[in-house]
Design a protein around this ligand. Structure first.
Ligand code: HMG
Length: 381
């Protein structure tokens, strides 16, 4: 039985900060951010878009009535959790009208948790072939004003449906793994901002790639040539490029062409943590020309740290199941922020007793926080 990605979609909020605006205001040569880190725009969440509403918006863009009837598990991966106890996935039951005989939970392991959720979903479908699993990754990446990590922030959500006989890609069985106990990037529960040992995190990312890739090659008995394209967790595009060069020195290789197609969306959005690898996958599929049956290698990294390298195989006609025009419009129809508005947004941390006007800009928006509970507005469609 083939199990894999039946649908995939994303949501990004309607606001962004141009990376040149940030560089100029930080008195940094814009080329450092544009060429040195390969960034272009950074998605910024307005106060009425949180991880729940962004996750709902991503999921709403791919779900049909038939999917909703078959979904018996919903997994929500995030490292920007809004509650230490109540799982983000429970909000999706009401906001997406999912059925209630369902397993719903939230998963955390830095940027890796969405990959873990996808693997758990695959195993669930293996045991329950008629079921579909909704998997969501949603995050707001915040390092804070005037930090080294500031240009690599972002916000957005990915949603996938994992099922048998998938329309987009089969998930193959072998995973290369590597994990260790390190402090490269972390966020203590009392801090709204991530802590990071920047250059150390870069080194660990590359080391964990090599270790997990080698583990994959050993277990699968595949060679590099058996993989048509490599995609990466993208905290910023330059790190993916440098990591690819560790295994492919020839810059004329097709692998670089595919890599460039895989970062088009990430460069417009920034780091969305759990979703970044899968935003890169959507970018490759929608902006590239991968042939049916191509094999793609995915490198998932979560600080702290754990790495997984695994492969998917595109199915015949996968191109007919993408949402390219919708995604391009989503990215195009955003509003640029001034530096002052951006600073005000990222330094505001919502607490109780707040109410928003209905803006109806997206399918789902945060409406209010009262009695320590969040309520959302769903646009009539
Ligand atoms: P930095 O230390 O300020 O930058 O911040 P730098 O000095 O390393 O320069 C960056 C690049 O710009 C260099 O290129 C410079 O040469 C170049 P390289 O030599 O590396 O190829 N440069 C220029 N290029 C053109 N014109 C110029 C110019 N000036 C310099 N004028 C750092 C970089 C990534 C450390 C910082 O942004 C940061 O701390 N980011 C956050 C941490 C991060 O993203 N780490 C990545 C690995 S960890 C990870 O991926 C996990 C994560 O997603 C979290 C999770 O798992 O949940 C973060």
């Amino acid at each position: 039985m083939k199990i894999g990605i039946d649908k995939i979609g994303f949501y990004v909020p309607k606001l962004y900060l141009d990376i040149e605006t940030l560089a100029i205001n930080r008195e940094v040569d814009p080329m450092k951010y544009k060429k040195g880190l390969m960034l272009d725009k950074m998605a910024v969440a307005p106060l009425n878009q949180d991880i729940i509403s962004m996750g709902v918006n991503a999921a709403h863009s791919i779900l049909t009535k038939e999917d909703i009837e078959k979904i018996d598990m919903v997994l929500f991966a995030t490292e920007s959790s809004i509650d230490q106890s109540k799982a983000a996935a429970t909000h999706l039951i009401s906001l997406l009208s999912l059925k209630k005989n369902i397993r719903a939970l939230e998963l955390k392991h830095a940027c890796y948790a969405l990959t873990a959720a996808i693997q758990f979903a695959k195993n669930h479908v293996k045991e329950n072939p008629e079921s579909k699993v909704l998997v969501v990754g949603s995050d707001i990446a915040k390092y804070g004003i005037k930090t080294d990590g500031e240009p690599t922030q972002g916000a957005g959500a990915i949603a996938l449906i994992i099922s048998k006989d998938p329309c987009i890609a089969e998930i193959e069985n072998v995973s290369g793994l590597y994990a260790d106990d390190i402090y490269d990037f972390w966020r203590p529960s009392y801090s709204p901002y991530a802590m990071v040992d920047g250059q150390y995190s870069n080194e660990m990312y590359k080391k964990f790639f090599l270790e997990s890739y080698e583990d994959y090659l050993k277990k699968s008995r595949h060679k590099k040539e058996d993989i048509d394209a490599f995609i990466f967790h993208i905290p910023y595009a330059k790190l993916g490029l440098k990591t690819l060069s560790l295994i492919e020195p020839n810059i004329e290789s097709n692998l670089y062409q595919y890599f460039n197609q895989s970062i088009v969306y990430n460069q417009q959005v920034g780091n969305i943590y759990t979703g970044s690898l899968y935003l890169s996958l959507v970018s490759l599929l929608e902006q590239g020309e991968m042939k049916d049956n191509s094999r793609i290698g995915l490198f998932s990294y979560g600080s702290g740290a754990v790495a997984e390298f695994y492969t998917i195989k595109l199915v015949n006609g996968y191109k007919n199941h993408l949402n390219k025009i919708y995604h391009e419009k989503l990215l195009e129809n955003r509003k640029a922020l001034s530096i002052e508005s951006y600073e005000s947004l990222i330094s505001t941390h919502l607490t109780n007793d707040i109410k928003f006007e209905d803006e109806n800009e997206s399918y789902c928006e945060l409406k209010e926080i009262s009695h320590q509970q969040r309520k959302y507005n769903i646009k009539a469609v």
